[in-house]
Design a protein around this ligand. Structure first.
Ligand SMILES: NC(=O)c1ccc[n+]([C@@H]2O[C@H](COP(=O)([O-])OP(=O)(O)OC[C@H]3O[C@@H](n4cnc5c(N)ncnc54)[C@H](O)[C@@H]3O)[C@@H](O)[C@H]2O)c1
Length: 272
């Protein structure tokens, strides 16, 4: 590619307004695990900038509860489809449904995840390990494949990783392994798909106050174990779902047109 050609491609972005670069008007996005927590916050932000969203989660009941928390304006841009991400068939059906809306998928956010405290590796049962890997890593792998196969130039996959995808933590080794896998998958796919103009980005949240975390905390308290306080975050508080959603919005928008294969930490400084 010549210098002039590079300038021309770059100029196409540099001359667009910020409002236009943030806009996802007309684009179709899929969000897994979208019914609550970080996923629901992502659905809210994507619709705010005009995306049509296929909100997916484990059951229609969960999705109905999520829909009930959206405004009328948000709901008008959202359709729901249940899909257990641990299985291939529901993910294929989800991808087909999203593609049917306008002929291609523009954005796919792999957010569905579980984070049980499986205990020290020496005491972790095969079944507990496999469940975490099936949902968090296999589910992301299969969904990435199905999404990429239905994307065109400009498509974006955003994988929700974790600071546990970048460093080790005690008692959640299966989760840590799965999230490191998600980071590796993100890098590998970014390289494979770059030539097709498809970006793959990971967003790594730090500890975030979500229904799943509150449930875990209650379970741990019941077992007499101390929950994470979050006061060790340099910014002095734990993340909220919308903190993560704004990072995802950046990754998914043309603001991040030159970002791929990266891990964007939204972690209050945890990784520092
Ligand atoms: N909350 C945190 O502190 C934190 C930190 C780092 C990363 N993350 C990641 O963020 C993502 C969202 O977590 P959250 O805290 O919002 O959790 P949450 O439990 O509040 O919400 C997760 C959603 O995923 C859905 N889900 C679970 N298993 C599923 C499956 N097999 N198929 C389809 N949907 C399924 C749940 O029904 C739920 O609606 C996860 O990938 C998690 O690992 C969370």
């Amino acid at each position: 590619m010549t210098h002039d050609e590079i300038l021309q491609l770059g100029e196409n972005l540099a001359t667009r307004s910020l409002a236009d670069l943030w806009s996802l008007s007309g684009r179709v996005a899929v969000v897994t695990g979208g019914a609550r927590g970080i996923g629901l916050a992502i659905v809210r932000r994507l619709t705010e900038v005009g995306a049509r969203v296929v909100m997916s989660d484990i059951s229609q009941e969960a999705l109905d509860a999520g829909m009930a928390q959206l405004s009328d304006a948000q709901r008008a841009l959202v359709v729901t489809q249940p899909a257990n991400v641990a299985k291939t068939e529901p993910l294929v059906a989800l991808a087909d449904r999203a593609k049917a809306i306008s002929g291609k998928i523009d954005i796919w956010v792999n957010n569905a995840g579980i984070f049980p405290a499986t205990g020290p590796v020496t005491a972790t049962l095969d079944e507990a390990y496999e469940r975490v890997i099936d949902v968090n890593l296999r589910g992301t792998f299969v969904a990435c494949r199905e999404a990429a196969n239905r994307m065109e130039r400009g498509g974006v996959i955003v994988n929700i990783a974790s600071t546990a995808g970048l460093k080790g933590y005690q008692t959640i080794a299966a989760y840590t392994a799965a999230k490191h896998g998600v980071v590796g998958l993100t890098k590998a796919m970014a390289i494979e798909l770059g030539g097709a103009g498809i970006r793959v980005v990971a967003v790594a949240p730090g500890g975030t106050e979500t229904p799943g975390v509150v449930e875990n905390r209650e379970k741990m308290a019941g077992q007499g174990r101390a929950p994470a306080s979050g006061s060790d975050m340099p910014l002095g508080r734990r993340c909220l779902p919308d903190d993560i959603a704004r990072g995802v919005l950046f990754a998914a928008s043309d603001m991040a047109a030159m970002v791929t294969g990266s891990v964007i930490c939204v972690d209050g400084g945890t990784m520092a």
